[in-house]
Design a protein around this ligand. Structure first.
Ligand SMILES: N[C@@H](CCC(=O)N[C@@H](CS)C(=O)NCC(=O)O)C(=O)O
Length: 227
């Protein structure tokens, strides 16, 4: 029997963040499939999102609450710094991923690779509009990880758990690969994250393997920034 259960569809990036946090904490988990918008789903999560954590009688939704709970309720390496500045920096990165990275990077991946693979046209106007924000996001990530190898402080935190799914899949688009080719600190962070013992065999790694079957071989939509 596992310590906790996640109720979610398997291909949720926020589920992967929560799973990564649990794995890094050394907490065993299982996943139970949710049907999007079903009565059960809306009972567990009134806003119709995922994942939902179950720990005994406790049910918790919202990934920040879930990952904070995992960090505080279980023994294991801390996933948030002790000091006020470090904590604020982690929360800032979580907020950055929620407010800016998820709507741009995650949607870019869906428009660029997933929708065409399903036979739908990509939203070209969105893809073009994403160019400047994506360049800025990669620059900010590079500045953060360039100092210590992690987004915040000298060890993995919830901030890294939040970013990984999005950057990993974005790296598979031609534009993401080109941007990372110009950002060695960001590429190095991604390599180190996927070399951690928590990555191989994870749901995220399996999804990424499957994702490789989508065509990333198309030409660049726009040229990467210089230098
Ligand atoms: N604020 C939520 C967001 C979670 C979220 O957006 N999850 C996505 C999957 S990655 C989802 O539930 N999508 C279903 C939908 O939007 O209909 C959290 O932090 O947990």
């Amino acid at each position: 029997m596992t310590a906790i259960t996640f109720h979610s569809m398997a291909d949720s990036a926020y589920l992967w963040t929560a799973m990564l946090a649990a794995a890094e904490k050394g907490v065993t988990f299982s996943q139970v499939a949710l049907v999007l918008g079903s009565e059960e789903h809306l009972r567990l999560h009134p806003f119709g999102k995922m994942p939902v954590l179950q720990h005994g009688d406790l049910f918790l939704y919202e990934t920040l609450a879930i990952t904070h709970y995992i960090d505080r309720a279980f023994e294991g390496p801390p996933l948030q710094p002790e000091d006020a500045i470090g904590q604020a920096q982690v929360l800032r990165w979580v907020s950055i991923v929620n407010a800016y990275v998820f709507p741009v990077m995650n949607r870019f991946v869906k428009e660029r690779l997933v929708r065409p693979a399903w036979g739908f046209d990509a939203d070209q106007a969105f893809l073009e509009s994403a160019r400047a924000p994506l360049q800025m996001q990669i620059r900010l990530i590079g500045e953060a990880v360039g100092e210590t190898g992690f987004l915040v402080g000298r060890r993995l935190t919830l901030a890294d758990c939040y970013l990984l799914p999005h950057l990993l899949f974005f790296s598979h688009t031609p534009e993401g690969a080109a941007l990372l080719g110009q950002a060695p600190d960001v590429a190095g962070w991604l390599t180190r994250m996927t070399n951690r013992p928590t990555y191989p065999g994870s749901a995220m790694s399996k999804a990424y393997e499957a994702f490789h079957q989508l065509s990333a071989g198309s030409p660049l939509l726009w040229s990467p920034p210089r230098g």
